[in-house]
Design a protein around this ligand. Structure first.
Ligand SMILES: Cc1cc2nc3c(=O)[nH]c(=O)nc-3n(C[C@H](O)[C@H](O)[C@H](O)COP(=O)(O)O)c2cc1C
Length: 217
């Protein structure tokens, strides 16, 4: 496996074939994810894997909650974002728009309701964290997520991290009997990409490295 190649190739997939994924394959992906490093090897991640009719039920619940509350994809910042970040988000949307136009869909509706439906993926994975942990342990969950999306890519599967669903955490916990003391940190759509859908041709750009790095020598 060429890790760097996989890292450069991977991208979020926003249209999936309904074909189911064998449970053994999902387990293989999760087994790789839990090789992620974690502080003091606490391995704080917990995965809830939702498939089949239960996944459809979850999607229906989330779409209903979204239509009622209208909390869509947003960075959820606590203060106004410095301009650099706002510009990056706007640029990404600008670059995605031609694909949405080609699909004759509204970008907002496609991404918000699509996220609630895990973009039609047959598998929804929720990454949870016990609420006794400090926020710093989100780092560990993030690394596991990174391992997950790369492993899936290696197997020819597509993923899309879905942060939007955390706005509907109560509804998710109710539906899936997730205990009160577990936080749903992030969801992931997992499935076979449908390459015939235009949005899957979109590859988001990255800013130049110099924009992110300050060398102290
Ligand atoms: C924490 C996190 C939350 C995200 N939430 C969503 C989401 O709710 N809906 C969505 O369509 N994409 C979501 N994404 C995907 C990002 O939009 C995507 O990673 C970003 O635009 C970069 O594109 P790439 O993954 O194709 O490289 C999320 C990504 C991360 C890391």
């Amino acid at each position: 496996m060429d890790l760097i190649k996989a890292m450069n190739e991977r991208k979020s997939i926003r249209a999936f074939k309904p074909d189911p994924i064998p449970r053994e394959r999902v387990e293989e992906i999760l087994r790789s994810s839990i090789q992620a490093p974690s502080a003091i090897n606490l391995q704080p991640w917990e995965f809830v894997v939702v498939t089949g009719e239960e996944k459809d039920r979850l999607s229906r619940t989330l779409i209903k909650a979204y239509r009622e509350k209208q909390i869509g994809c947003s960075p959820g910042n606590v203060k106004p974002l410095p301009k650099t970040y706002g510009k990056r988000g706007a640029k990404n949307l600008d670059l995605m728009n031609p694909f949405f136009e080609e699909m004759k869909v509204k970008s907002d509706q496609f991404t918000n309701e699509g996220s609630c439906n895990f973009y039609g993926a047959p598998v929804a994975i929720l990454l949870c964290l016990d609420d006794s942990f400090p926020n710093a342990r989100m780092v560990d969950i993030g690394i596991a997520l990174g391992y997950l999306v790369l492993t899936a890519h290696e197997f020819g599967l597509g993923t899309c991290p879905i942060g939007l669903i955390t706005a509907y955490e109560d509804e998710i916990k109710d539906l899936l009997n997730i205990p009160e003391n577990k936080n749903v940190v992030i969801g992931v759509a997992l499935g076979y990409p449908d390459w015939d859908i235009p949005i899957n041709r979109f590859k988001s750009p990255r800013d130049h490295l110099e924009k992110f790095v300050r060398w102290i020598e």
